[in-house]
Each structure stands twice: as structure tokens, then as C-alpha cells.
Design a protein around this ligand. Sequence first.
Ligand SMILES: [Zn+2]
Length: 159
Amino acid sequence: MKQRPNVLTEDDIRTSDAIWQKYSLDERYRFSTHSLLSSALEIWQDAPVTLLREHYCCHPKIINFCNQKFYHGQLIVMTKDHQKCTKGRMIMPKIIRNAIRCKKCGDVIESKTVHDFKFCSCGSCAVDGGHDYLRRCGNREDWEELSEVEKVEDNGALV
Ligand SMILES: [Zn+2]
């Protein structure tokens, strides 16, 4: 476990140090320099220590800062960033396959790169855009859509 050091006012430090001195306590019981956890760890030195890695409360952008700064990237951030992966207001799904089947000639045509513009053999329809956008030419009723897109979740992660 990890705990930030306790933050005390000058008054608290003075009061607690006075008590600590009065009873000649060990350093490990000194409230002004110890949290409950750090005291416990000094007392039971062979106690197993576990970092609670899964983090459930803060926004990822906030906890990631702490994660890098204080936890050496050991935390697993379980919260989601609800800021959408957007261009304008649209979610941009990832295109896995950009393809159609022409109902007239039966050709399956697939655009594999952004400028890969392909007509079917009868010339009724065409695909373009590769994995960047789905562009179609021809009459919508002339082809069957075969494209596959990956759903993008709110936090931009693929489902
Ligand atoms: Zn065709």
C-alpha cells in the first residue's frame, strides 16, 4: 500500500511533538513525521506490502498524472475517459474492411488503401477510401455492403 504523507499544520506539529517528547516515544510513533501506515511498516518490518494497483475513482487524466509522478506507472487505471474520440462530433470507427458485392455482376470489390478506387467488372458500383473512409459510387440498391468496422467505445478503446 502507498499513502501520501500526512499534511499537518504548524500547530498540529507542535502539539503532537510535545506529546511525543513528553512520553519519550520511538521515532516510529512520531505523528508529525509518520502516517498510520508508515508507523505500522516500521513496527512490523516483515509485514507483506501490497500496492493496491487498481484505481477506480479519479478521471484517467488526473490519476495518470499521479501515476507517473508518484507511483512509477504501477497503477492500473480502471476509470474511463468519456471525452470521445471525435472529429467534429462524429465518432470515428476504425475500418477493418472496406468492401461491397455488386448485385449485378456478383463481384466483391475491396478498397485496401485510401486511394484504392475499384470498380466492379460491370461498372455499376465502386469502392474507395481504404481504411480511412467508406466511399461508394453507383446506386445504393446495386450493391451489398460487406464492410466491417470496429466499434469505438467512449474512451476511444476498441471493443
Ligand atoms: Zn458489377
